[in-house]
Design a protein around this ligand. Structure first.
Ligand SMILES: O=C(O)CCC(=O)C(=O)O
Length: 275
């Protein structure tokens, strides 16, 4: 398969379910992204992370540009082929000395995709370290069926439903430390999460969810964003696009999507259409 990863890296992804680190942009450009997120908090009067979930990229054109970053898509192409759709994206931001965490979970349990070929790219806007609660993964956990998740709705959990896999062997975790501007990749079935931020600096990242254009939704028609190649399948409608930063139309969509997602009566994140 074409793309930027070597055959050995692709083989490692297939056996381990994760890869890192790779560079998407300079540390300065990443700091600019972090500054944008801080600016949004001032403008919106609340933490943008509250609803920059599922489809965060529709909040601003620069996020869509970042989703199309060449280094990211070259790596993704090596894993899922040349015709790539962006299924979604989520902001994960921890403040300095922030006790919030992300419980062990699998994205596949909530995405409603067939086949399970989605890969998540986590882009660091700040350094992401063991001390500040970087993303951690359980190697090899993408092989096998989806695991059972308990929905705890713990307010300290950055996942809306606090969905958690119990009994994960913490001592087998791999911590994917990143410099600002770097990214990691994990398979949608890879069990992953993150611990609290024990440092005096924020830890901010944006996760992009990519799938081959041939992927079907198992729960009805939804939307996605073509980011590379061609969509010859037509399984997905087009995401609404922001005309400017914090476009009121797309922000309203984001808020609606998020409200529905948190609703306990919606059985999966993926059940929520963005329009
Ligand atoms: O950023 C985090 O702490 C967790 C990220 C995550 O769960 C994901 O990228 O799917």
């Amino acid at each position: 398969m074409a793309g930027s990863l070597t055959a050995a890296e692709v083989a490692r992804f297939q056996s381990e379910g994760h890869l890192s680190p790779y560079r998407a942009m300079s540390a300065e450009a990443a700091a600019g992204c972090a500054a944008k997120i801080a600016e949004y908090e001032t403008i919106l009067g609340e933490d943008p992370q509250r609803y920059f979930k599922i489809k965060a990229h529709i909040a601003a054109p620069w996020m869509i540009e970042l989703a199309k970053n060449k280094a990211i898509l070259d790596a993704v192409e090596s894993l899922i082929g040349p015709d790539i759709l962006l299924f979604g994206s989520s902001l994960f931001a921890k403040r300095a000395n922030d006790t919030r965490f992300v419980s062990w979970h699998q994205d596949s349990a909530y995405y409603g995709l067939d086949p399970h070929d989605e890969v998540t790219v986590w882009v660091a806007f700040t350094p992401s370290t063991k001390q500040n609660g970087c993303l951690r993964v359980l190697p090899g956990s993408h092989i096998g069926p989806d695991r059972t998740h308990e929905e705890t709705y713990d307010p300290q959990n950055l996942l809306a439903r606090g969905q958690s896999i119990q009994g994960v062997e913490d001592d087998r975790a791999v911590y994917m430390e990143l410099e600002a501007g770097e990214f990691s990749i994990h398979h949608e079935r890879t069990v992953h999460g993150s611990l609290a931020n024990m440092s005096g600096e924020p830890r901010i990242g944006l996760a992009f969810f990519y799938m081959p254009a041939a992927t079907r939704s198992t729960i009805g028609r939804r939307s996605a964003l073509p980011v590379r190649g061609e969509d010859r399948h037509g399984h997905w409608d087009m995401d609404p696009l922001p005309k400017r930063d914090l476009d009121p139309d797309t922000i309203a969509v984001l808020k609606a999507v998020w409200a529905q997602y948190q609703d306990r009566s919606v059985s999966q994140a993926a059940a929520v259409a963005p329009h």
